[in-house]
Each structure stands twice: as C-alpha cells, then as structure tokens.
Design a protein around this ligand. Structure first.
Ligand code: ZN
Length: 113
C-alpha cells in the first residue's frame, strides 16, 4: 500500500502548511511525480479521496504531473531523459546510464482559501 502511505504523507504536509500559511480549505493539489517513483496515478487518486475525507482537503482535485527521469549518460557525457529504469540512452543507445532524477514526489502547487 505504497500509495496509501504517500497520501497520508501528503495530507500531513497540507495540514502543516494550513497552519503556517493560514488557509482552511484545499481546492486543488498539483503533485509532481518522478517517472521512477513507481506510483500508480489511479491508485493515488483513489487513496487521496479516501484519506482526505473529513479533512481540509475533502473533495479537492488532485492533479498529477509526471516528470521524466533524468540520467547521466557516460558515453555522451551529458544528461538525458529516460522513461524508466534500464532504459537505453535516447541519443546513443548506451545502457551505461546513471539515474540522477525521477524518484521524487513533491507538491508543485496548491489552490487554497
Ligand atoms: Zn548516450
């Protein structure tokens, strides 16, 4: 239940922010999810609705933005975008890639009142 604990974490952040920033309702949450975070958007939405029931974020809209992963290609000597682990370099086809970004999950934007 990876997605469930993620949603609980998000709710906790929302509640903390509501206190520091002084809002009482959350209308929209825009989440940035790295392509490698192995999060199922539909499962995330489902758990988000359940977890936020009776909270400041009840009925809020969850928007999910998938961010492509970035890896360092050794032969190319530069950063390239990949869709998943063990993808080949889109430029040279090499598999000598070091993942440097793509596992993050962060709140990009909030619409509150
Ligand atoms: Zn390459």
């Amino acid at each position: 239940m990876h997605e469930l604990s993620l949603c609980e974490g998000i709710l906790q952040i929302l509640e903390e922010q509501s206190q520091t920033q002084g809002f009482i309702r959350v209308h929209r949450v825009c989440l940035e999810i790295g392509a490698l975070a192995s999060v199922e958007p539909e499962a995330l939405r489902f758990h988000f609705d359940v977890v936020t029931q009776g909270t400041l974020a009840e009925g809020s809209h969850l928007e999910i933005v998938t961010v492509p992963a970035q890896a360092w290609c050794l032969p190319c000597g530069e950063k390239v975008s990949i869709g998943q682990y063990f993808d080949a370099c889109p430029q040279c086809g090499s598999r000598q890639l070091q993942v440097i970004e793509g596992e993050e999950l962060r709140i990009q934007q909030l619409e509150v009142e």
